[in-house]
Design a protein around this ligand. Structure first.
Ligand code: GAL
Length: 658
């Protein structure tokens, strides 16, 4: 599916940081580490084009030939991620501008405005050169466009960005009247009489127009995507049949990967979980599941991870022994066909010299290198899973518009969207239940259980699709703060959930009258029903029209009001009964566990773990059951009557009985 015949094992390789004499040793040691792939050229622009139009490819020819002779395949980068000093000097207007008007300087990387025409011209010229020169190099196995688009600069407030934003808005709205209507500019005298008056939402005296902010997020994601697409288009002119990718950054808040994923041949991801955070396995696992879901279930590539510590947190903890293997197998189990690192040889100069690498400063006789060698050997034996998919019966809706809107200023309560979504995801992870992420509005037909956490912004069509989950006989779970705003951030009036009389209100049998955030550390108790426990963050007054109240708030502003409801569908109509749950609060972990149990039962899904197993995961891919222990303690787990002992940070896999 990803087109590879074995699990790719490799790293970013930055030979330009090293004298030639080191290159031969690199290839020899890469072979010793069972490396199959090297990503080359990510930051090579200044070396490849030292002066405008003056190209220097001989060194790269030599590197690629050496890798080829050594049997290492190459994921070739387009080298456009860090423009050379001459570009900043010739075109200072290509440098990005922050929200407060400050222009960023040359001297690190990614110093280009996504809408800079000078950057674009020079970058595309370089891509032509690279693609023309290397499209038939025998080592080439994939193209790596740019690097982590938007990582440091996703939004730029320079003049060219403002002009490009106006062009994007003109295309979207057609007339200034339509923009005024969509942005609600009757408010605070914000009406525009022509597009020329519209600007980027830079710093302003008070709350900015929410729809303008949201459109600027959408535009900024699209502006970067346009760069990616243009590069990919050039590469495709020269090179057919070689997969194209660009490395995503997991749940990256600033670009909408649902829109990006259709423009890569294979999804790839960079993941840097914090070894010091015992809960980071939740984010890590969810990130893998997202990558698989972005590709429509197809295998994806783990393009970068650290063999041990990174260098960019306040305190950079190493990965404990075993953790590197565990995280790598976690990726493979959740659909990766490649396990790669940043980077091969640890730098001795520059800002990343304290970032771990496959070949550390200490050399080959090191814990890190030995672990890497062992892993390379082990992955070479896992060919059987390559190209296989993971089957999930549960889908969680993830939506960038909602993410952007719910984290805006001037909302009922500030919220970390990702943290909220992960709290719902974690309930399934603790039970060893496979989960996909799905896009709002996409068909949910393949899933028995669809969970909708804080889908703040949604079109009527997307909400109708969700309502259909329950009416067609499956289980739908919708949380508070869903269906509150339409895609232009106008409130749905008459009970939210898509507004008065919406299909979703009908499916759930409830409407929301009033919301009441809790103080950040406050918890409330749910009593008076078949479900009891504690909740945080949120309460509401819910009008129940046609649903069973399973729990009510015992205290807080909404004491006595319904907290969790369930409406059964089609019980007597000859179709399989469906259920629509509404959860008007944020369950604490124990309550979430109890609810997951109920939802799985409603949906007829059996969990791998009979009870929640925090810190432990299990997943099935390609005929293997993978089990991993993300805790520092030994753990014993039982699945379907079979018991495994897992060491601290241990991972185990074996074929499933058929
Ligand atoms: C990534 C980046 C790599 C390297 C790595 C360090 O964001 O793509 O080039 O900087 O982080 O963790």
């Amino acid at each position: 599916m990803s087109g590879f015949s074995s699990i790719r094992f490799g790293a970013d390789y930055n030979p330009e940081q090293w004298p030639k004499a080191v290159w031969d040793e690199d290839v020899r040691l890469m072979r010793g580490a069972h490396m199959t792939s090297a990503t080359v050229g990510v930051f090579s622009w200044a070396k490849l084009e030292p002066r405008p139009g003056e190209y220097n490819f001989e060194w790269l020819d030599e590197v690629l030939d050496k890798l080829h002779e050594g049997g290492i395949r190459v994921i070739l980068a387009t080298a456009t991620a860090s423009p050379p000093a001459w570009l900043a000097r010739l075109h200072p207007e290509s440098l990005p501008v922050k929200e407060d008007g400050t222009r960023l300087n040359f001297g690190s990387r990614q110093h280009f405005s996504p809408s800079s025409s000078a950057y674009r011209t020079y970058a595309m010229r370089l891509v032509h050169q690279i693609a023309a020169r290397y499209h038939s190099h025998p080592a080439l196995e994939a193209w790596h466009i740019n690097n982590e688009y938007g990582c440091h600069v996703s939004h730029s407030y320079d003049d060219e960005s403002a002009a490009a934003f106006r062009a994007w808005l003109t295309e979207r709205y057609g007339t200034i009247e339509a923009l005024n209507e969509a942005w609600g500019t009757a408010f605070w005298s914000q009406a525009y009489s022509e597009f020329a008056e519209v600007g980027v939402p830079a710093q302003a005296p008070a709350h900015r127009n929410p729809a303008q902010l949201l459109d600027f997020n959408r535009f900024s994601s699209d502006a970067l995507l346009a760069l990616h697409r243009e590069e990919a288009g050039i590469v495709r002119e020269y090179s057919q049949g070689v997969p194209i990718t660009t490395n995503f950054m997991g749940f990256f808040p600033r670009v909408d990967y649902w829109r990006w994923a259709e423009h890569v041949d294979v999804v790839s991801d960079d993941a840097y979980p914090d070894p010091a955070d015992p809960d980071s396995y939740v984010l890590l696992s969810a990130e893998r599941d997202l990558m698989r879901s972005l590709g429509g279930g197809k295998p994806w590539l783990l393009m970068e991870q650290a063999p041990s510590a990174v260098n960019w947190r306040d305190r950079n903890m190493p990965k404990a022994p075993g953790m590197n293997r565990l995280h790598s197998l976690n990726a493979v189990a959740r659909g990766a066909d490649a396990v790669c690192y940043f980077q091969w040889r640890q730098s001795v100069a520059g800002a990343e010299k304290f970032h771990s690498a496959m070949l550390p400063h200490f050399g080959t006789e090191s814990r890190i290198h030995r672990e890497v060698q062992d892993l390379g050997r082990e992955l070479a034996g896992l060919d059987a899973v390559v190209g296989t998919e993971v089957k999930a019966q549960v889908a969680i809706v993830l939506d960038w518009d909602s993410w952007w809107a719910i984290e805006q200023e001037a909302v009922p309560a500030s919220r970390d969207y990702l943290e909220t979504v992960l709290a719902w995801y974690a309930g399934f992870l603790r039970r060893g239940v496979e989960v996909d992420f799905t896009r709002a509005g996409a068909s949910t037909a393949g899933y028995q259980l669809v969970v909708v956490p804080v889908l703040h912004v949604a079109s009527t069509a997307a909400l109708d699709e969700l309502a259909s989950v329950a009416t067609r006989g499956n289980t739908l779970v919708v949380s508070y703060q869903s269906g509150v705003l339409d895609p232009q951030l106008h409130a749905y009036t008459g009970g939210y959930l898509g507004g008065v009389g919406s299909a979703l209100q009908q499916a759930l049998g409830v409407a929301v009258e009033e919301v009441a955030p809790l103080a950040s550390a406050e918890t409330v108790t749910l009593l008076d029903g078949s479900i009891q426990g504690a909740a945080t963050d949120w309460q509401e007054r819910v009008e129940v029209r046609d649903a069973e109240v399973l729990a009510s708030f015992d205290d807080g502003f909404a004491a006595g009001q319904p907290a969790i409801t369930r409406r059964e569908h089609g019980a007597n109509s000859g179709i399989a009964p469906g259920a629509a749950w509404y959860v008007g609060t944020q369950p604490t972990a124990p309550l979430m566990d109890a609810l997951v149990e109920r939802w799985l039962a409603d949906a007829g899904i059996s969990a791998a773990f009979a009870a929640p197993e925090p810190g432990v995961e299990t997943i099935v891919r390609g005929g293997f059951r993978f089990t991993g222990n993300h805790t520092a303690e030994p753990r014993t787990v039982t699945i379907a009557g079979k018991t495994w002992e897992l060491e601290p940070y241990g991972a185990h896999y074996e074929p499933i009985a058929t």
